[in-house]
Design a protein. Structure first.
Length: 128
């Protein structure tokens, strides 16, 4: 009985991370691309994905917060991107796939350019 319980708990624990991760295509139009220019308000360097939040004007000129879902910290660290690479106040252009839910102000980040110095990340490559 104890062995069966342990096996069940182990299977649940192993299945939890897989269920928690999602396909980007389920939440974003991966075949489309938009670019948004704005000022970084927050940078969350956390698992499972990092998030960059920027304040940007919408089509009516009203400032809105847009969340850009990026890769995980381990993958970004391979490209020399750390938790202090992007800072609040940085003016950036973010390019990515728009959310399927039009009520959500978010995109799947594919490229980011910091305007002050031209630093660029596109895919797995960091450029200066």
């Amino acid at each position: 009985m104890i062995a069966r319980t342990l096996v069940t708990l182990a299977l649940i624990a192993l299945g939890a991370p897989a269920a928690a991760h999602h396909s980007f295509a389920a939440f974003y139009f991966e075949d489309q691309s938009v670019s948004i220019e704005g000022v970084v308000t927050e940078f969350h360097y956390v698992n499972p994905h990092t998030w960059v939040y920027i304040s940007a004007a919408d089509v009516t000129g009203i400032q809105r917060t847009v969340g850009a879902e990026w890769s995980n910290p381990a993958r970004l660290a391979q490209a020399q991107i750390r938790k202090d690479t992007i800072k609040p106040g940085d003016r950036v252009i973010i390019t990515g796939s728009p959310a399927r839910d039009t009520q959500e102000s978010k995109i799947h980040l594919k490229q980011i350019v910091r305007l002050s110095d031209g630093w660029t990340w596109a895919g797995r490559v960091e450029r200066r």
